[in-house]
Design a protein around this ligand. Structure first.
Ligand code: SAH
Length: 252
């Protein structure tokens, strides 16, 4: 009788390998197959046992090594072949990572799975640039948003005007392509043009770079600094604290 393997949707954290959970480390060490993408820290790949199969299904804005549907088929195939699979996903698997879709496919296929949470990019980038996402004096809520879609499309999933009207700290993922439009939309919606903004690329890694500014000039500063994906954009009064609280030196 063949035994079906189990699939672990494991968060790889934002980059610094020391930020992954002990559970993630154990599962990576024990698995028979590792399925990973380009946001997974390379150090983690070296933790697998010698017989473990590595499958790169890398995804970068615009460059899909394997379409999502094929990734899901691969997970099902590997599990049906009796392998215990770690599907390593950058950050947390259930934050903008399509982990929900993968879990649904596994559920439908009758394959057992577990989800291992992790430090999502917003938290890693904020910590490593000295930006407290909440602060009694400045912000008592924080919102994670996808900047992937056009803010001017007819029926946007993100109600930018509603978010502009709050004083929540906003953390935008996948927003680099549309930063000028998003910043302008937030100002149109009521956020002051001088609202502090911090943009962090490759947060928590040796390649971390950040640039700070205000809604009125952040797009220009990011362009001048040559910062692109993967980056998060932190919008709100707390973003200004990074200029004095920053502690992380990526060059060390
Ligand atoms: N599941 C991931 C997010 C996947 S969406 C998580 O929880 O973090 C991909 C986006 O995440 C990127 O476009 C970028 O906005 C953000 N991101 C992921 N890792 C990052 C990092 N180390 N530094 C900055 N942004 C990062």
């Amino acid at each position: 009788m063949s035994v079906t393997g189990k699939v672990y949707l494991v968060g790889a954290g934002p980059g610094d390998p020391e930020l992954v959970t002990i559970k993630a480390q154990r599962l990576i060490r024990e698995c028979d197959a590792l399925v990973y993408d380009y946001l997974s820290a390379p150090e983690l790949l070296g933790w697998t046992k010698p017989s473990c199969e590595h499958h790169y299904v890398g995804k970068r804005a615009g460059f899909h090594a394997l379409p999502q549907e094929e990734i899901e088929k691969l997970l099902v195939h590997l599990a049906r072949a009796g392998k215990n699979v770690v599907r390593l996903k950058g950050g947390d698997p259930f934050i903008f990572g399509r982990g929900g879709e993968e879990a649904l496919t596994l559920k439908e296929a009758g394959i057992l799975y577990e989800v291992v949470p992790a430090v999502t990019a917003a938290l890693g980038c904020a910590a490593y640039t000295g930006v407290p996402l909440t602060h009694r004096d400045y912000a008592s809520s924080v919102t994670f948003l996808s900047g992937h879609e056009r803010p001017d499309k007819d029926e946007p999933m993100v109600d930018w005007a509603a978010h502009a009207a709050t004083d929540a700290t906003l953390v935008l993922y996948m927003a680099m392509g549309r930063l000028p439009l998003i910043a302008a939309t937030l100002v149109d919606g009521g956020r002051p043009a001088d609202t502090p903004v911090m943009v962090v690329q490759w947060g928590t890694t040796a390649k971390q770079r950040s640039v700070s500014g205000q809604l009125s000039n952040i797009a220009e500063r990011v362009y001048e600094a040559g910062i692109g994906a993967p980056a998060v954009v932190i919008v709100g009064a707390v973003a200004a604290l990074g200029d004095s609280l920053a502690w992380f030196d990526p060059s060390i």
